[in-house]
Design a binder for this molecule. Sequence first.
Ligand SMILES: *Cc1c(COP(=O)(O)O)cnc(C)c1O
Length: 359
Amino acid sequence: MARTHNFSAGPAALPEAVLTKAQAEMLDYQGTGMSVMEMSHRSAEFVDIAARAEADLRELMAVSDDYHVLFLQGGATAQFAAIPLNLTAAGDRVDYVDTGSWSKKAIKEAGKYCDVNVVASSAETAYDRIPDPGGWQRSDNARYLHICANETIGGVQFTEPPVTEVPLVADMSSDILSRPIDVGAYGLIYAGAQKNIGPAGLTVVIVRKDLCGRARAETPGTLDYAVQAEADSMSNTPPTYAWYLAGLVFAWLKEQGGLAGMAEINRKKAQSLYAAIDGSNFYHSPVETGVRSMMNVPFTLPDAELDSQFLAGAQARGLMNLKGHRSVGGMRASIYNAVPQAAVDALTDYMREFEREHG
Ligand SMILES: *Cc1c(COP(=O)(O)O)cnc(C)c1O
């Protein structure tokens, strides 16, 4: 059976080389006579898998010893609560930027625990931009500033982290590992795995050590950064197989030239797709040019009546999961690390063909 070109927003495509490797090791991991899925998380083999994954992630992102790297569960959504529980006391003020659906969810959850100040929102322009930082209404006593680095649904991405005196907290679920970043600019980075890291069920948290150890008394132990750091992210049974697969993805990324190499590949992919959109009078990007996401590319057709025809034709060519999020409409192509240029080329070829027939 041929594999398709998978533009899913998440859970998303994984590198084929990673799946092949996992397949080869599925029944008998390196002579152990068992699958990684069947091993104790305390076994020497798994402890080695876990440590190697962490070391490779630290190397890829150049994470210094000032940070813990945690492999947790609960998704980015659990972190929406874990962050205020770990970093604030009841009644504390926190600053959030609202650039889309995921920002909004993070804000709502934090509101259960904190006094949330939304410093700026692009809701009024349908989340087509990042509000100019010069106009942000920052608090003078915020415990942290939260951003969603890449809005997976709206397709809006920060190019640079905002400058701030308070710890910067970033949801990087959909653009972590897509390009080099300066981890030192952040107090905390978190990401659900199922976009750019591995399968669902794993959540990576990179947190500055000095921010840990002051969680509220009621914080669930599994979400307490200090507790998990002390236990090497094994305060309870971790998602072992997802962690192993993430490790295979990290090793694959190193083969692609690390994050600088990956960024170059991602830039070309995004450029060719945006060029196909902008070079037509048929397709339209709803996002301002300077902040268009390199990972999630929403676009619309001139008439929503054509959407189902476009999707059916795409599917017939093995171009899968292009339907846009219901809040935006149209199409969305997610072009994460594991989606190759060949998939983007197949999509842009089809877009030109569809435009010739219906334009
Ligand atoms: C997918 C996603 C989430 C939600 O992740 P879960 O793992 O489902 O909790 C949060 N933020 C962003 C930016 C996402 O892309």
